[in-house]
Ligand binder design. Structure first.
Ligand SMILES: [Zn+2]
Length: 654
């Protein structure tokens, strides 16, 4: 199903800049001709994720994931192919003319995509109510303005308003053709117990949409207005977890903040929606909120891909201080540098900003950040004289220091603490080492448990395999054939357009592109690749190689067929650093030998398998004619095999 036409796909493919696309999710630093950053697909503290702008691909040398701009988005954002294309089209201002979908095609749209579409519509609906409906203007807009929020900021965060009636939104949505199923799945509505009718979850609230890091609306937060907050109803209501929204993976404001976070190399962490908005209004855009709970590992890792520096902003009251201390060891152990900023008199960024000018607000933020360990020492030890409490506090501080990965930073903190607390450095160090040993033991145990679980899984898989009917082909043989096929296809992808000179049947030299040679050599014996995608690549390569300007690698890496471009990306980077593989300086002679050698290897493999098959067939044959013809084929294969083996033996390539 392709709902976007080929010309548009090609336009999108050539506009997409891999560095810009990846940078939407990871801060990249220049590294030679490439860029590198922390891999968004696995957890790491030193970068092994490379992006090659010249080749238009990215690749992680640790976990192996990557691809071109489209496959990167599909993998990282769990987008479908059309979703990824549309996302890129929006980014590069390319108009997408979508075909009118048939019912069947609409059915096939993924659930996730349908949920995003419903959320997108709902956000537009809430915004229209806020700006155009008279209740929205009188109640919602009035509320935001009374909180000092400027109109441009209201637009920037797509704030909205929902009518008090619980039926209005579902009725409007159904009328517009959105399915009940997705209204419920996104959490916009829930079913009434009594009669199963749909109820609007956010009725009568002002609306704060949550954008994912890629700019899709994943959830909504709704706040009751001041006059109605009395009584039992909750002041804030959020979308429940769903297929597109996992509370512990999202951060409010990340989409609007990510550029500034990368640019400032720092992120401010606040508590609520309005704090984020107040900061933006003061011109500080590198700010996110996670609504109360402690940060999860997923959230920390997402931030870490943009910057290692975080400043926690909290009210200066008891609760705020407690919140600031919560979950901080997790940040430290993930390699983040933490600073803390407390507002005076129980103010939060929102309330503080309303009492001061923008300039004063900014100055306060710049001038009142404290190093985290120092902050923790001050909070836990100021005025504490009870020896047991003091010892507990010191222990907690040392534990925080012990989770920091960098040895030099740890040593510096220990030195500072020793000075400030008047405790011998050696005492603190031995206490810290105890913590470190404990953490290592814990990690080892966890790793062992994981290892045991893995072994169990493998044993079970093996048991299942043996229980299943025996397969005829030996697995070792199959692996070798796969390997050879992969290497041949890699030659097509990387060097398909390059000319080599070989001898034809009459021993005359002919010059032809690698892709064509491989294809005709296979066709001569009616050989095929086992993987369908390899066959697709082979056929395309032959068709394209007639074109003088064709370069195989570029063509395949950005192919509109995701199957092909993904395979090409894997083949083109595997086991080779991007920097090295950039040099396509294999000379013709080496290339020619490599091609011929691999083709001989491929054929040898085929011949040996065929010989085995013949032997097996011979066992059951009683008919003399069949037996004779099988024997003849066998001896033909034997001759070919010996010739191939000789050729390979003489032609060993290192
Ligand atoms: Zn990785």
């Amino acid at each position: 199903m392709n709902i976007i036409d080929r010309a548009t796909i090609d336009k999108i493919m050539s506009a997409a800049n891999i560095v810009e696309v990846v940078q939407e999710f990871v801060t990249l630093r220049k590294s030679g001709v490439n860029y590198k950053g922390l891999c968004p697909f696995h957890n790491e503290k030193t970068p092994s994720f490379f992006v090659s702008p010249t080749r238009g691909i990215c690749h992680c040398f640790s976990c192996g994931k990557g691809g071109n701009a489209v496959t990167f988005l599909m993998e990282h954002e769990q987008m479908t192919y059309p979703e990824a294309l549309k996302w890129l089209a929006r980014k590069y201002h390319i108009e997408v003319k979508e075909k009118e979908l048939t019912d069947e095609e609409r059915q096939a749209e993924s659930t996730r995509e349908s949920m995003f579409i419903v959320n997108e519509w709902a956000s537009g609906y809430f915004q229209r109510l806020l700006h155009e409906h008279e209740d929205g203007q009188a109640v919602g807009l009035q509320y935001f303005r009374s909180r000092g929020i400027r109109d441009d900021i209201i637009r920037k965060f797509c704030l909205g308003y929902d009518l008090p009636s619980r039926d209005a939104l579902p009725q409007e949505a159904i009328k517009k053709g959105y399915k009940e199923e997705f209204l419920v799945k996104t959490g916009l509505c829930y079913k009434r117990d009594s009669d199963g009718r749909l109820n609007d979850r956010f009725a009568g609230r002002v609306i704060f949409p949550w954008f994912s890091v890629s700019g899709k609306i994943v959830a909504f937060g709704g706040r009751l207005l001041d006059s109605r907050t009395k009584g039992v109803q909750l002041k804030y209501v959020n979308s429940p977890d769903s297929e597109i929204y996992h509370k512990e993976r999202e951060l409010y404001g990340i989409y609007q903040a990510k550029r500034a976070i990368a640019k400032e190399n720092c992120v401010y962490m606040v508590e609520g929606y309005t704090d984020v908005i107040a900061m933006h209004q003061a011109g500080i855009e590198n700010v996110v909120a996670n609504s109360g709970t402690a940060l999860s590992y997923e959230q920390i890792r997402m931030l870490h891909r943009f910057t290692p520096n975080i400043v926690l902003l909290y009210d200066g009251d008891e609760a705020g201080i407690h919140a600031a201390l919560r979950g901080t060891d997790m940040l430290l152990s993930e390699g983040m540098n933490i600073k803390v900023l407390l507002f005076p008199d129980g103010d939060d960024p929102d309330s503080f900003s309303r009492k001061h000018t923008t300039e004063e607000f900014r100055q306060y933020i710049d001038g009142h950040q404290t190093d985290f360990i120092q902050f923790k020492t001050d909070v836990l030890l100021t005025g504490v004289t009870d020896p047991i409490k003091r010892s507990e506090a010191i222990s907690s501080i040392v534990r925080s220091i012990s989770v920091i990965g960098d040895q030099i930073i740890r040593a510096t903190y220990i030195h500072d603490c020793s000075q400030r607390l008047g405790i011998q450095e050696s005492t603190l160090i031995s206490s810290m080492n105890k913590f470190i040993r404990q953490q290592r033991a814990d990690r080892r145990q966890a790793a062992e448990r994981e290892q045991e679980a893995e072994e169990r899984r493998q044993e079970e898989a093996l048991a299942q395999q043996t229980a299943a009917p025996a397969r005829p082909a030996a697995p070792v043989q199959r692996d070798h054939r796969q390997e050879v096929e992969m290497m041949i296809v890699r030659l097509i992808v990387r060097y398909g357009e390059r000319n080599i000179t070989v001898k034809d049947e009459d021993d005359c030299p002919v010059t032809l592109p690698v892709a064509e040679y491989i294809d005709s050599d296979m066709a001569a014996d009616d050989l095929h690749f086992q993987l369908p995608v390899y066959e697709k690549i082979r056929q395309e390569a032959v068709a394209q190689s007639a074109d003088k300007d064709w370069t195989a690698e570029n063509w395949f890496l950005h192919h509109h067929d995701v199957d092909i471009s993904k395979t090409a990306a894997e083949l083109s980077v595997e086991r080779v650093r991007l920097t090295k593989s950039l040099q396509k300086d294999v000379d013709e002679e080496t290339l020619r030998e490599r091609v011929i050698h691999l083709m001989a290897d491929f054929r040898l493999d085929y011949v040996e398998n065929r010989m085995k098959e013949i032997k097996q067939s011979l066992n059951g044959v009683t008919d003399a004619d069949t037996m004779r013809s099988l024997m003849e084929e066998f001896s033909r294969m034997q001759i070919i095999r010996n010739a191939l083996a000789r050729q390979l033996g003489n032609n060993i390539i290192v």
